[in-house]
Design a protein around this ligand. Structure first.
Ligand code: SF4
Ligand code: FES
Length: 382
């Protein structure tokens, strides 16, 4: 273990990516360019074992994600197993397809929380962004059922140039739907989102305005709606402590069973990822080369090495450092102390100034309907 991390804490959260299959085609999708195929997904028994091992390791929350997790035919059994093992389950869903039909059974199985995504409040805009016809009506019906069942609801709004003018409407929607929490999360440019960065990047002025709207609403809605704000990295001064620090709080299991310290870790060439097919979660958490690579602070270079914030943000995001500097050990360029900081500010401003109507590159799956304007298929994971 790293000398600067003498006591390895238990992981708090498990991100269980049950499948990469999805009905939507959001241009800001942070899943990798190369998706796991259905034929390679973990089976029910393996997920049950992984969840039991996670509970034994100290994990408290399981985020059931994807893709769209309700596509899995065993989603009820997986949630029932979370309940049996004492894990708090959070279903991260788009609410479309067959999600509504499964919701009562999921609640009966012990589901604890639902996080529902909205691509926009304006129906046409939402369906253009998500690339899925009739999504909005399905999401509204789904949200209504969630609250009718008494389940706590979080609305998730990923913000970018195509919907940043709707932040106030997202807040109104969350209140109207009875959500307890709203995530206003500016796009992070990982995976597929990096292909669309120039079409998604908002201007600094629009970002500042959106932050102001959230801050005003937070005061007005205190006690009624909790609003979490994820500010856009490219306009920040210091980086976020990505995943709470590498190998400190989160375990990410991909649909085919590779265990990652963060969602985008596979973009870092040369890291060795162990699989739950071969090893226990505890073994992977304590000893996997990928988890050891950037755990603690010994791996840090200057300026992080001698910085007094290094145990606050853990040097920022390794994947972003790699994407923007070519070196995953570098200081995240979001940081004002990074020699690359001025360059990414310039890049963000240049991309945000592109005046054309956003033209997205959409993912392609074999599921669901696509509007005629949705763009060309770019892959298939069926
Ligand atoms: Fe964080 Fe490193 Fe920047 Fe210091 S130099 S604030 S540790 S990213
Ligand atoms: Fe990988 Fe931030 S997404 S460390």
């Amino acid at each position: 273990m790293n000398a600067s991390a003498p006591e390895l804490p238990a992981p708090i959260g498990l991100l269980a990516e049950l499948t990469h299959r999805c009905q939507l085609r959001c241009p800001y999708c942070s899943n990798p360019l190369e998706l796991d195929k259905r034929s390679g997904e973990l089976d029910t028994a393996t997920w049950r074992r992984v969840l039991s091992e996670a509970a034994a390791l100290g994990v408290l929350h399981v985020h059931l994600s994807g893709g769209e997790p309700t596509i899995r035919t065993d989603i009820v059994e997986i949630i029932a197993h979370c309940a049996r093992t004492g894990l708090y389950s959070n279903l991260i869903t788009s609410g479309v397809g067959g999600a509504l039909e499964k919701l009562n059974a999921l609640a009966d199985a012990g589901l604890d929380h639902v996080q529902l995504s909205f691509q926009a409040v304006d129906k046409a805009n939402a369906e253009r962004i998500g690339g899925f016809v009739n999504a909005q009506a399905q999401k509204m019906a789904f949200a209504g059922r969630v609250t009718a069942l008494g389940l706590p609801l979080t609305l998730n709004a990923v913000i970018h140039r195509g919907n940043i003018d709707e932040v106030d409407r997202f807040i109104d929607l969350a209140v109207a739907l009875g959500a307890r929490r709203l995530e206003v999360a500016h796009t992070q440019y990982y995976g597929w989102a990096s292909m669309n960065r120039a079409a998604l990047m908002p201007t600094k002025a629009d970002v500042d305005r959106s932050i102001q709207i959230v801050e005003t609403a937070r005061k007005a809605l205190e006690g009624r709606l909790l609003i979490d704000l994820v500010v856009p990295d490219y306009y920040a001064t210091y980086p976020k402590a990505c995943v709470g620090g590498w190998g400190r709080r989160l375990i990410n299991v991909t649909p085919s069973g590779r265990v990652l310290p963060c969602h985008a870790a596979e973009t870092i060439q040369g890291l060795e990822f162990w699989s739950v097919r071969d090893r226990t979660l505890a073994d992977i958490w304590t000893s996997s080369p990928a988890f050891m690579a950037y755990r603690g602070t010994d791996w840090m270079l200057e300026p992080c090495r001698s910085c007094d914030r290094k145990e606050r943000d853990w040097g920022g995001c390794r994947c972003q450092a790699l994407a923007l500097t070519g070196d995953a050990s570098a200081t995240d360029p979001v940081c004002v102390y990074s020699p690359y900081h001025a360059r990414i500010k310039t890049l963000a401003a240049a991309e945000a100034s592109v005046n054309a109507k956003s033209t997205y590159v959409y993912r392609s799956f074999s599921l669901g309907d696509r509007p005629a304007s949705a763009g060309s298929p770019a892959g298939d994971v069926s």
